[in-house]
Write a new protein. Structure first.
Length: 311
């Protein structure tokens, strides 16, 4: 794999690290299966690209993309909390509706940003863009990770985590589980919208189909990262999912660029499915290995049998 392909995969992996943060908040923290990220990712890209083409400052355009992504998550929460729709179905409905909304935002299926200023433009003059772009994206991702760690370690974050573990207990303490659900889904999809905005600006285009399979990539990053770096601390889990995203993209890039097993660029979805399956199987394999390697206290078992016989 060439240096250009390596740093390109690193850049994309860091961008999808924001998606992994969002998926971590919904699947791990809130225990909410949210598929609306497939809609909020291209929505962030669509809003940012449309705003930049209209002459709006790229940083303001990125903030608008974050807000648009957060609104997507808010709609999913509204359908679940207020309308009583099953969370999985609610997120699917939001994802489907977002497809048409994204076309409405852009006015066409895709927008090119070639020649437009982006948030990366001021930094590209500092050196080779092949190295500068991943560095800038990495700083933004680390800042987002720091924010998530500080939030989840706060008293408010404790309530957010408790909502995913035992919502009835949270309600019994007088806290609003509905508010935590609204906030959690809005924050999660805000990160995904942020990722979509960065994706559009780094690749110089926004496309309505760019969100297809986003949830799969996010889940793969979360599962792979937490399998390789297990830990109960929040900062360990957050850094693990970001590292999982980077390793996932590097693995995909290596498999496709090296021609391993005769793979081609059109086999991206196949490689994705295989890597996700491996990431899902690994925790179970590790658990089975621990059971086989754990010593059995035969004397204790014998004492129990003996005691039972005497009784």
């Amino acid at each position: 794999m060439s240096a250009f392909a390596f740093f390109g995969a690193l850049e994309i992996g860091l961008i999808y690290g924001l998606v992994a943060l969002g998926v971590y908040l919904t699947f791990r923290v809130l225990d909410f299966p949210d598929l609306s990220v497939d809609g909020s990712f291209p929505m962030g890209a669509a809003v940012a690209a449309t705003a930049i083409v209209a002459g709006i400052n790229p940083w303001i355009a990125t903030c608008l993309a974050i807000i648009a992504g957060a609104m997507t998550g808010w709609v999913t929460a509204f359908l679940t909390v207020r309308c009583g729709i099953l969370n999985l179905l609610a997120s699917i409905l939001t994802m489907i509706a977002a497809f048409s909304i994204n076309i409405r935002i852009m006015g066409r299926p895709n927008i090119a940003l070639i020649g437009e200023d982006t948030i990366l433009t001021p930094f590209e003059s500092l050196g080779d863009s092949m190295y500068i772009r991943p560095l800038v994206v990495g700083v933004l991702v680390l800042f987002s990770a720091w924010f998530v760690v500080r939030l989840l370690n706060s008293d408010f974050g404790l309530g957010l985590r408790a909502t995913g573990v035992n919502a009835r207990m949270v309600a019994a303490q007088g806290a609003s589980t509905a508010f935590y659900t609204y906030f959690g889904l809005a924050l999660s999809n805000g990160f995904v919208g942020f990722a979509g905005a960065l994706f559009a600006q780094t690749n110089s285009f926004a496309d309505v189909t760019s969100g297809v399979g986003t949830i799969v990539v996010g889940l793969a990053a979360v599962i792979l990262g937490q399998t390789l770096i297990p830990g109960r601390r929040i900062w360990v889990a957050v850094l693990a999912v970001i590292l999982g995203s980077v390793l996932y993209r590097l693995a995909v890039a290596f498999a496709l660029s090296s021609g391993m097993f005769g793979l081609q660029a059109s086999d991206l979805n196949l490689v994705t499915a295989i890597l996700v399956a491996i990431a899902l199987i690994m925790p179970r394999m590790k658990k089975n290995m621990k059971k086989k390697n754990s010593p059995v206290d035969k004397s204790g078992a014998g004492d129990k049998r003996k005691t039972g016989g005497e009784a």
